[in-house]
Design a protein around this ligand. Structure first.
Ligand code: FAD
Length: 333
């Protein structure tokens, strides 16, 4: 596709923020990346589901449309799929569960592209993509060649990876290799999956049934960006040391929590935000979702800066009340 100039990015971000990009290029083939210089200012967009645009994008926008799924190798227990980065994550999940392979069923209906998934190590319902990623291949701007990182080299953490840190702005992910189970081990213990399976009348769950249980639960719970602009969870759930958590628990005995390990405890950011009275808050076209305090929304024509400002007020009030510093999950331009 030809380079386009001064186009609106509104259709390319799920917040529905209307800012212009100086130039815009669709990436349909790896060769489209070869002529782009390392020092060119760029913004890569997949589905735009985790992006807040606060100002015009004075950079080259690269819209990832790389497609294709191939079998890399297989044995009796596993299959390794190489998936091009522009494939839609949820469509891949449906493809995988229809084959009966396990590993990604709990991640059904997470919006976005396959290439963005390792960047923040997408996760839901007790599973993270790091559990199935074998390797990530990317175009490395400074050397103008493809490189691959093994799972370990990706340095995955909670909504985190090397791609958000040391490698920031140095790469374009072109494909991901997933190692999937031919003999799936299901994880139905998280959230309401078991209840939903019972509701569906499933007595012997399969990967497909688990994926559909997750789809039903998510459809009920999460606001659809097609109806109301949002980027899913705006903040990460903070982890507290055991001693900090114990002090908080003494003050707020009803605080929900999830132990991460013996030393760290995670608390839901949504609960903290709700306690500060933000749930359902609205000013102009910007607000906090009425049912999900973790989701900031654009009711129509909000500016990205207004959403950013609201997020700052939330961070401040949670800090003042609980002494906890919330971290934004959404990527900000
Ligand atoms: C309703 C809703 C629900 C959500 N639920 C979840 C959830 O349950 N769990 C979860 O983890 N996330 C969730 N998210 C967040 C989002 O789905 C994920 O972050 C997803 O991976 C974003 O994919 P994307 O293609 O839209 O990325 P984009 O928003 O387009 O990009 C995100 C970031 O990655 C960079 N990037 C994208 N593609 C590439 C590439 N190929 N190479 C280099 N850099 C790239 C971008 O520059 C940007 O910084 C949700 C979002 C929404 C709107």
């Amino acid at each position: 596709m030809q380079l386009q100039e001064y186009i609106s990015l509104r259709p390319y971000n799920t917040f529905g923020i209307d800012v212009a990009a100086t130039s815009f290029l669709e990436i349909n083939d790896i060769s489209d990346l070869e002529g782009i210089e390392a020092d060119t200012k760029k913004l890569i967009i997949g589905g735009g589901n985790n992006l807040l645009l606060t100002k015009p994008v004075d950079a080259l926008v690269l819209h990832n449309k790389l497609k294709g799924i191939t079998v890399e190798k297989e044995n009796d227990t596993h299959i390794w799929l190489r998936v091009a980065a522009g494939e839609i994550w949820h469509e891949l999940v449906l493809y995988v569960v229809n084959k009966g392979w396990g590993g990604v069923e709990n991640l059904a209906l997470i919006p976005g592209t396959v290439g963005a998934a390792p960047i923040q190590n997408i996760g839901a319902y007790g599973t993270e993509i790091r559990e199935t990623i074998d390797s990530v291949t990317f175009w490395y701007w400074s050397e103008k060649k493809l490189l691959s990182f093994s799972n370990r080299e990706c340095e995955f953490g909670y909504r985190d990876s090397i791609f958000k840190n040391q490698m920031r702005d140095k790469f374009f992910i072109t494909s991901v290799v997933l190692k999937l189970d031919k003999v799936p081990k299901l994880n139905t213990s998280y959230g309401a999956i078991e209840q939903e399976l019972a509701h569906m009348g499933v007595t012997e769950p399969t990967v497909k049934a688990v994926a559909y249980a997750v789809i039903h639960i998510r459809t009920d719970k999460l606001p659809d960006p097609a109806q109301i602009g949002n980027a899913g969870s705006f903040f990460k759930n903070p982890s507290l040391s055991k001693s900090s958590f114990d002090k908080l628990l003494a003050m707020y005995p009803k605080i929900p929590f999830y132990p991460v390990n013996d030393s760290w405890i995670k608390v839901p950011a949504a609960w903290l935000i709700e306690q500060c009275g933000w749930k359902g808050y609205r000013i102009g076209d910007v607000g906090v979702h009425t049912k999900q305090a973790l989701v900031l929304v654009n009711y129509g024509h909000a500016h990205g800066q207004e959403i950013w400002d609201l997020s700052g007020k939330i961070v401040q009030s949670v800090h003042e009340r609980f002494g906890i510093q919330l971290e934004r999950e959404v990527q900000v331009w």
